[in-house]
Design a protein around this ligand. Structure first.
Ligand code: NAD
Length: 214
């Protein structure tokens, strides 16, 4: 298979959400035009993204919603549950632990880790908080696949290295710093603050932007 661009993977996640909504509305068939409009891309882009993985539609008849949804779940690796841990049980880590709906998407929160003795041993948001010294053993025991990385930026790379060494090869990084991992491990970064900064840029009336309220 040709190497799949990251942007294509992001769009597949969007197409899957749209197909899930269509299926919930009992819609049986759809088209690249409908998917394109909902995903705010071109129909050509939809067809090109899907073509990386095979042929799913019939010319003129479009796509079967349940079949395409099932195929996208398979392609995205969403036909099995993934075990998740939280590294860093401060404000953000605890807020994530309190979020009740990850398991609705088959992401199962199994454990949390921190190096603060005041947090270790507590049960927060439904998960036990373990000392990072126990990471290797606990990660293996709970078969952790993915970690939320919610430690301060200056501790993030070292914490990521520990996660990878413990066999956790997926990291959702919330720390505002670049994390590097060896081949076979993957990092996705989430940055609300970067989103706020982009909004500030648009709201101030940047060159080429209409100022809000003006
Ligand atoms: P916090 O200080 O409340 O919590 C950090 C936790 O990490 C603490 O419990 C601390 O004991 C623990 N910790 C520190 N070093 C550790 C290590 N080496 N191993 C294990 N645990 C360790 O911080 P917070 O407000 O929860 O923020 C956490 C991170 O998330 C920060 O990097 C912050 O900048 C970032 N953040 C990101 C976003 C975003 O949009 N991505 C938003 C808010 C905060």
């Amino acid at each position: 298979m040709r190497s799949v661009p990251t942007a294509t993977v992001s769009r597949l996640v969007t197409y899957l959400r749209i197909l899930t909504d269509l299926e919930a509305a009992d819609v049986k068939r759809t088209s690249s035009d409908v998917l394109a409009e909902e995903a705010q891309v071109s129909a050509f882009q939809v067809r090109k993204d899907l073509a990386y993985f095979g042929r799913f539609g019939t010319r003129g008849a479009g796509y079967s919603v349940p079949t395409l949804r099932r195929e996208l779940r398979r392609i995205l690796g969403l036909t099995r549950p993934w075990n998740v841990a939280i590294m860093g049980m401060g404000r953000l880590g605890q807020a994530l632990a309190d979020y009740p709906n990850f398991d609705q998407y088959d992401f199962i929160l199994k454990a949390a880790f921190d190096n603060d003795p005041d947090k270790v041993g507590r049960h927060i948001g439904g998960v036990d908080v373990f000392d990072v010294a126990e990471l290797d053993a606990r990660a293996a025991e709970a078969a952790i696949d993915i970690a939320f990385l919610t430690v301060p930026a200056q501790a993030a790379q070292e914490a990521a290295d520990r996660l990878v060494a413990a066999g956790i090869h997926g990291i959702l990084n919330f720390a505002p710093t670049v994390i590097t991992v060896p081949p076979g491990a993957f990092v996705e970064s989430v940055d609300f603050v970067a989103g706020l900064k982009r909004l500030a840029y648009y709201l101030q009336g940047a060159p080429g932007q209409a100022r809000v309220g003006s």
